[in-house]
Design a protein around this ligand. Sequence first.
Ligand code: ZN
Length: 168
Amino acid sequence: MTELTVSADIVASVHYTGTLPENGEVFDSSEGREPLSFLVGHKQMIPGFEEEIMGSKVGEKKEFTLTSERAYGDRDDAAVMEIPRAQFAQLEAEASLEVGMQLVAQMPHGPSPFTITVLTDDAVTADFNHALAGKSLTFAVEIIELREATDDEKSHGHAHGPDGHHHH
Ligand code: ZN
């Protein structure tokens, strides 16, 4: 039996820490949590993350920096919208709006998170860009476990939990 490596249709479990190379700030980490498990080759992860660990074995550690086009893409000015503040009346009855607040809009294609970037009496400026769009990202990754995906996982396009089926 040959040793498994990170490749298509393998479920990889990894520990990772993501930092911003510009200032070293940690934006996400699996430290203190279960390792992150994902099905390789099914677009579960940002593209560069998978590319950089392809071929790795259990126990290997990698550190790499991705430019934005291999991470969350460039910022799109068209994804910044002014929304009449009146549309937030129901929400504002319960909570006060603030710049930097993250909310989720119900859009025809599904829920879309956005960040409030400007607030005036009449309008809310909503930025639908991913918070990490346009940024280079550094990841330190350790491969914890590799296993062959089940037929169910391959047909669903995602990894299942240890108890068999796990849908969010
Ligand atoms: Zn499933």
